[in-house]
Design a protein around this ligand. Structure first.
Ligand SMILES: *Cc1c(COP(=O)(O)O)cnc(C)c1O
Length: 403
């Protein structure tokens, strides 16, 4: 019987025994030059590499730590090969450079990570690749395809509002038009959903988030199955020469070993907070796909096996002017960009990052919470008291208006 993914993620990439023993963790193998025992070994390695085998002849091709992390990511994403980049954003840019040529066109789901908009208007435009947005549905995608379209880029659930896309339906459209479908899988990591199994050609993710899991790492991964996609990624990776260090791959692998234990705790606590917020008088709307009231809840249940600690909510219009009171009163949620570490975080969402999204319908100010691994009751009480502070400000304002 095939083993469960959780088991495989513990087993995969273990160091070989030498003289009957081995450390639990793969060592950090730092090297630029790889030495060879004789000329025959050097020639053999070069010939194997030229024939397409993943053999390294130089440190830029990675070492034992990289290989172990790659095996683990292949397992996580259901991929044949995974390439590493210095950040999640670099993984996105590298994928675009690998799969697009000047004169081609890219369709971007309007719910994606905001820096992709800048990338489309910057590097892609300069490079002669045009872009347009679609609303995430297969029908809108099909309607917006042009003869130049080559690649469709999407994220599910999307950033900030967690809109869930029908990936098999999108894949049916891209397959019919011979286009690449690239998914940003940072939210689900491969543990909660595998885009490659649902028909995507590339699944990329910021290991910075849940895989690293400890807010001490920036790293990106690009995973693929088809030989021609792998070859394109490998060539551009070689040409860019932008390799990642063994220390960072070690940290990603260490984080990955406990991913299956962390995610359910994040999800359970986020759902508890989402339920509480949904019932609160100062809250207009809660965005969390595991909530039965989320518009894409059924789709999320169909394609995902779990959720994570990320949720957004909007204040009522009245309460919105006190969003900073709420944020500053929280004591367990630090203010900070990014998410996926063990700690709770909060951020006021810049509305310019939401205006792109066709699903954005809130009137009030939007706040994003990353619900960490602190005790659920403490987190709930912290949010409760911060909302009480907002209520007090509202009451005072009302009093001032009436005297
Ligand atoms: C954070 C994030 C990225 C970028 O990752 P970095 O490692 O910070 O560059 C890309 N996509 C999504 C969905 C993200 O949340």
């Amino acid at each position: 019987m095939a083993r469960h993914q959780n088991t495989q993620l513990i087993q995969v990439g273990k160091a070989d025994f030498v003289d009957g023993q081995a450390a639990v963790n793969v060592p950090v193998e730092r090297t630029s030059t790889v030495r060879f025992v004789d000329s025959a070994a050097w020639q053999q390695a070069n010939a194997a590499r030229a024939a397409g085998a993943g053999v390294r002849t130089y440190g830029r091709h990675g070492g034992a730590t990289h290989t172990a992390l790659e095996s683990a990511l292949n397992e996580l994403e259901g991929a044949e090969r995974t390439f590493f980049c210095s950040s999640g954003l670099a993984a996105i840019t590298t994928t675009f450079l690998a799969l697009l040529r000047p004169g081609e066109h890219i369709l971007i789901a309007d719910n994606v990570y905001a820096p992709v908009h800048r990338l489309a208007q910057g590097i892609l435009k300069k490079w002669g690749v045009s872009h347009a947005y679609f609303n995430g549905s297969a029908a809108d995608l099909a309607a917006k395809i042009t003869p130049e379209t080559r690649l469709v880029y999407a994220e599910s659930p999307g950033s900030l509002l967690y809109t869930v896309l029908d990936i098999p339906a999108l894949a049916a459209v891209t397959r019919a038009h011979d286009l690449y479908l690239v998914l940003d899988n940072t939210w689900a990591t491969g543990a909660l959903m595998q885009p490659l199994s649902l028909g995507a050609d590339v699944s990329l993710q910021a290991l910075t988030k849940y895989v690293g899991g400890h807010s001490d790492l920036l790293l990106g991964a690009i995973s693929a199955k088809a030989p021609q996609v792998i070859a394109a990624l490998e060539h551009v990776q070689e040409d860019l020469g932008s390799v990642v260090g063994a220390d960072d791959t070690y940290l990603a692998l260490r984080g990955l070993r406990t991913l299956s234990a962390r995610l359910p705790v994040h999800a359970k606590q986020a759902l508890a907070l989402a339920n509480f917020l949904e019932g609160h008088a100062l809250v207009e709307q809660v965005y969390y796909p595991a909530l039965a009231s989320h518009p894409d809840h059924a789709l999320w249940r169909r394609d995902f096996v779990g959720a994570n600690g990320l949720l957004s909510f909007s204040f009522t219009e009245q309460a919105s002017e006190f969003v900073e009171v709420f944020i500053d009163r929280l004591s367990l949620f630090d203010i900070g960009a990014s998410w996926g570490g063990y700690e709770s975080l909060v951020l006021a969402v810049d509305s310019s990052r939401l205006d792109y999204q066709s699903a954005f319908d809130a009137q009030g100010a939007v706040v994003r919470l990353h619900v960490g691994l602190e005790h659920e009751q403490d987190l709930l009480e912290d949010v409760q008291q911060a909302l009480l502070a907002v209520q007090a400000h509202l009451t005072n304002k009302f009093k001032e208006l009436t005297v």
